[in-house]
Design a protein around this ligand. Sequence first.
Ligand code: UD1
Ligand code: UDP
Length: 365
Amino acid sequence: MAIRIYSVIGARPQFVKAAVVSRALARHTNVVERLVHTGQHYDPIMSDIFFTELGLPAPHVNLGIGSGPHGAQTGRMLEALESLFIAEKPDRVLIYGDTNSTLAAALTAAKLGIPVDHIEAGLRSFNRAMPEEINRVVADALSDMLFAPTDTAVGHLRHEGIPDSRIHRVGDVMYDATQLFGSRADAAAVTRLGLTPKTYVLATIHRAENTDDPDRLRTLFNALQRVAAELPVILPLHPRTRQRASTLGLLDRLPDGFKLTEPVGYFDMLALERDARVIATDSGGVQKEAFFHHVPCVTLRTETEWVELVDSGWNRLAPPDNAADVATAILAAASLNLAALAHPDSYGDGHAAEHIASRLASLAS
Ligand code: UD1
Ligand code: UDP
């Protein structure tokens, strides 16, 4: 009998990850996958565009939860997911990454006795001030199969006492996505913004620890303005960052070399990343994509879960404490000798999604 798997997604990076996994699952005739969109992200440029570009099937259901404080948002998800799972009785629930949608799906499934499997398991920042760290720890503790992207992630799970039988080192589905969709990167996105390949810095900022701390956000904007005096900077603004920066007056009077845009679609983002001289970001996904495109990266945080990137020299941490130091780190990355850097294959063979799908399909009776 076919196994019925409900994949719960809701935020931008989860659409990218699910795109490759859904494709791989669709090749197994003994698997029926249904996508459940929590509605955590809902602006067309944060959600619909990924379904269209990446050929994701329309969600079986969109719970329309929207934004809110953590408790309210997660609580509304729990209630809606519980009703859905009770009514439709999925065989398994598949979760991705570390958002509130991940946490809600893990808790709901576990309480109903439905096995839950976690893609991107074992990531740790060891910083419990991050909402994502809490979500990951809970999701991993409740999951049956833990699909780990890296050896480091496997090590963390073992250290937490999770038995090897539940840990599957499959590689990183975001690497698969970059491989699969890389040729769709639309170079016009770069020229449309008046940028010249390999002469600009691509920046993204959206972590709560950066956007919700006015000093840190000011420091980051100040740092990017300093960089813009030397190299053009393009910053596609996450809606959270736009709101906070606008309240602080940071979007007024930016220098000529510092361009803001709305968030961009995935194909435009791949092109902006590929053609950047340096990427400066607090995003988990974008740090890795920089590496996949052989572009040096500066992580605008005090720590990263993706430690292999720092170890290999492609990434360096620049804590947003001092604007001059952050700007110096970004400009230093722009003059790195990339030919001298090894490019280890820490993120798998580009077929993580197929490995996950085969493992899930093997559970069908
Ligand atoms: C969430 C995840 C984060 C992930 C990020 C990916 C949690 C706790 N955080 O952060 O781990 O890295 O997604 O982008 O789950 N908003 C809009 N339109 C939208 C979505 C959000 O305007 O379509 C605004 C709302 O004002 C909202 C704010 O952005 O309050 C934050 O959205 P939310 O989904 O709560 O968290 P993210 O910062 O997006
Ligand atoms: N992304 C995008 N457009 C943007 C910013 C990001 O398509 O304007 C993509 C990016 O290429 C990556 C994913 O969104 O695949 C990362 O999502 P985000 O940075 O929001 O979340 P994180 O990875 O930090 O959880």
